[in-house]
Write a protein that binds this ligand. Structure first.
Ligand SMILES: NC(=O)c1ccc[n+]([C@@H]2O[C@H](COP(=O)([O-])OP(=O)(O)OC[C@H]3O[C@@H](n4cnc5c(N)ncnc54)[C@H](O)[C@@H]3O)[C@@H](O)[C@H]2O)c1
Ligand SMILES: O=C(O)C[C@H](O)C(=O)O
Length: 348
């Protein structure tokens, strides 16, 4: 039987070095907007367990003080406060005061038969309104966008921040870590290698054909045979979200794996902000790589530093199959980005 001390230490010991890697402690205030939702709750719990988070501000239009009261009883250092629009703690503005990292999973999820773009009409205004307050109260914060359609909601945030005169392209990220997580899981299921050692860069955007896994760059990529096995794996990575939506049968989309992925991304960002060198994650950021084709945002591996995006890495050497995947990705991504930008112009 495990003793109390051993149990306590096991509970505190990272189960995944990747998830809970830490570096020098600093004061870091992280806000989660949409904190009571399917992603927001487990994400907030994981962030409460991240030693780099010193203040955790949870905002939602419902239930956030309750979620914060619950999570606040976990005996880790992050001071946790819940904020609702008309609560005594103050609303969104109060939640964002002094926030350095803002993670946004607010918005509606898909149901079977829907595309992520079908969420645009509802989520565009939710994200725009949250971004407006962030631009006013925490203009220097790093903004990590989870709300779908990410391909469009990230450009919407850029437009809001530009209009407020506070846009810094180094501090705006679409969180695509779940695609990388899935690619690692699915490829390791085939190769037999440990998932933690199976690193697959995933580039492009975050929906269907805009998700481009670069299996040729993974050490285990050669364990996948060209042809049907390769195509099935690519399809599974590109449409992994649909797999979960179907399995949940009307009750939403990926929440737990997304919370994990966002916690990984946030921890990487915090480590970089704290001065750790060489922290790299794939993220959907404003990028020069495909701008000549009208695509302002593109996910590739990005080195993070004390000011956010430090270096955007190119796609690198890819196979002819991957070239075709990028050819399919670019026009779709362009459409999604333009949709966000023009909607913002019409709905400032
Ligand atoms: N980027 C990704 O890889 C990824 C993965 C999974 C889900 N998502 C997206 O994340 C979003 C959230 O998914 P979910 O499953 O958590 O949904 P959910 O419905 O369970 O939770 C959303 C939460 O947002 C809150 N909310 C709505 N409007 C708000 C506002 N104006 N301010 C603050 N909070 C508000 C709701 O009250 C709710 O608690 C969806 O758009 C989904 O498509 C993205
Ligand atoms: O599929 C969805 O709608 C949610 C998310 O984008 C995902 O990839 O799981």
């Amino acid at each position: 039987m495990i003793g109390r001390t051993a149990l306590r230490s096991a509970l505190r010991t990272p189960t995944s070095a990747r998830l809970f890697s830490s570096s020098a402690a600093s004061n870091r205030a992280v806000a989660v907007l949409g904190a009571s939702g399917g992603i927001g709750q487990p994400l907030s719990l994981l962030l409460k367990n991240d030693p780099l988070v010193t203040q955790l501000r949870l905002f939602d239009v419902r239930l956030a003080p309750g979620v914060a009261a619950d999570i606040g009883h976990v005996n880790t250092p992050a001071v946790t406060t819940g904020y609702s629009p008309d609560g005594p703690e103050g609303g969104l503005e109060k939640a964002l005061e002094g926030a350095e990292v803002i993670v946004i999973p607010a918005g509606v999820p898909r149901k079977p038969g829907m595309t992520r773009d079908d969420l645009f009409n509802t989520n565009a205004s939710i994200v725009r309104d949250l971004a407006k307050v962030a631009a006013k109260v925490a203009p220097k914060a790093h903004l990590c966008i989870i709300s779908n359609p990410v391909n469009s909601t990230v450009p919407i945030c850029r437009e809001v921040f530009k209009k407020a005169g506070v846009y810094d392209p180094k501090k705006l990220y679409g969180v695509t870590t779940l695609d990388v997580t899935r690619a690692s899981t699915f490829l390791s299921g085939i190769s037999g290698a440990k998932p933690s050692e199976t690193i697959v860069p995933v580039v492009g955007g975050h929906s269907g054909v805009t998700i481009v896994p670069l299996l040729s760059q993974a050490a285990q990529g050669s364990s996948v045979q060209a042809g049907e096995q390769y195509e099935k794996l690519v399809h599974r990575i590109q449409f992994g979200g649909d797999e979960v939506v179907k399995a949940k049968d009307g009750a939403g989309s990926a929440t737990l794996s997304m919370a994990y992925a966002a916690a990984v991304f946030t921890n990487s960002l915090l480590r970089a902000l704290n001065g750790e060198k060489g922290v790299k994650e794939c993220a959907y950021v404003e990028s020069p790589l495909y701008k000549d084709q009208g695509v302002d945002f593109f996910a590739t591996p990005v080195t993070l530093g004390t000011d956010g995006v430090e270096e955007i890495h190119p796609v690198g050497k890819i196979s002819s199959e991957e070239e075709k995947l990028i050819e399919a990705c670019v026009p779709e991504l362009k459409k999604n980005i333009e949709k966000g930008v023009s909607w913002c112009a019409e709905n400032p």
